[in-house]
Design a protein around this ligand. Sequence first.
Ligand SMILES: Cc1cc2nc3c(=O)[nH]c(=O)nc-3n(C[C@H](O)[C@H](O)[C@H](O)COP(=O)(O)OP(=O)(O)OC[C@H]3O[C@@H](n4cnc5c(N)ncnc54)[C@H](O)[C@@H]3O)c2cc1C
Length: 339
Amino acid sequence: MGHAGYLGLTVPSERGGRGLPATRAAVLLFHLAYRSGTTFAKLSLQPEFASVLGEQGGPELVAEYFAPMLRGETLVANQVTEPAAGSDAGGIQLTAALERGEYRLDGVKTEAAFAVDARAAIVYGRTSDEPGTRGISAFLVEQDREGVRRSLSPPDLGERWMRRGQIVYEGVRVPIDHRLGPEGSGFKLVRTELTRERGLLAAIYLGVARAAWDRSLQHAAQRRAFGEPLARQSAVRDRLVDAWAELESSWLLVLWALERFDRGERADAYTALAKATATRVALEVIDTALQFHGGRGYSSELPFERWWRDVRSGGIAHGPTEIMRRIASTGLWGEDGPP
Ligand SMILES: Cc1cc2nc3c(=O)[nH]c(=O)nc-3n(C[C@H](O)[C@H](O)[C@H](O)COP(=O)(O)OP(=O)(O)OC[C@H]3O[C@@H](n4cnc5c(N)ncnc54)[C@H](O)[C@@H]3O)c2cc1C
């Protein structure tokens, strides 16, 4: 994927990426997902997910971990979620205490992708008691450091290639230059990236759904029931037309959200809306495709059941749909919520 130019689509060219605007990246990811499902498209975004390393890491860390990621030679995971803190990242309890010129990490990360496969991880931990996310800092932690214990969780519903699991940190010592950005800035620094990635994930889900819809259209024209093609049944035809409208309108929402982002306008509410909408629409359209393919649609002979399982993660990973709505609502009423 590195050779094909699919790693680091929006990473600035001076950092070794393609430097594309998010709208162009979204089109490429849509087509990648259309042809091959979510796997390669999501792998393509791994350097984006590690943007805090590319932007805040010192030259040695960047050369050792970020540059190889752009070549597809190494994996750097992101570890935010903990047993008692998921949607509410302000509840993170893993501590990073400065002791004798090094940080000492203690705590547990869970639900994390590439749990036993990543060479290093960006780990979010508490460096002060300041409330919410203000006391949280990001660290690059090599996963073979003493005191790191990794294990796989039972297999997921979909996207099993992520091999998620749990990582225990017990007295893990990390050099001070492995902190990414100033203390307490862990979440502030990734805000822009989170805004962009929600829009790009939405593009991926819609790419898969469009593939499902195209196949349904062909199938409905060919498959006959009750003496005529399925597409002549008004229930089938109307649902395909509705699905078409949902796909087109949510794709326009994704492009509009990312266009705002590319213009440097505030876009967090829009990309959150785009991710929530695209996930819902994609699941419904894939489910329709599965339905119209009948018994074979339900089997693993056809891709729909896998696509449904893979896209289903979109309602939880990178922030559940309810949290996307919460962020979107700030576009209506501001940070303090409705009056
Ligand atoms: C495929 C996949 C890959 C993942 N990869 C990673 C990874 O690499 N690194 C990582 O750190 N984590 C990862 N996660 C974890 C993911 O980020 C969390 O599962 C997610 O943030 C939700 O946290 P939680 O599971 O603790 O759910 P909780 O926070 O316990 O929430 C449970 C549910 O409650 C509802 N809910 C929560 N808060 C609210 C609210 N305020 N209003 C209304 N409803 C609410 C939502 O429906 C939510 O799904 C991954 C998850 C999946 C499924």
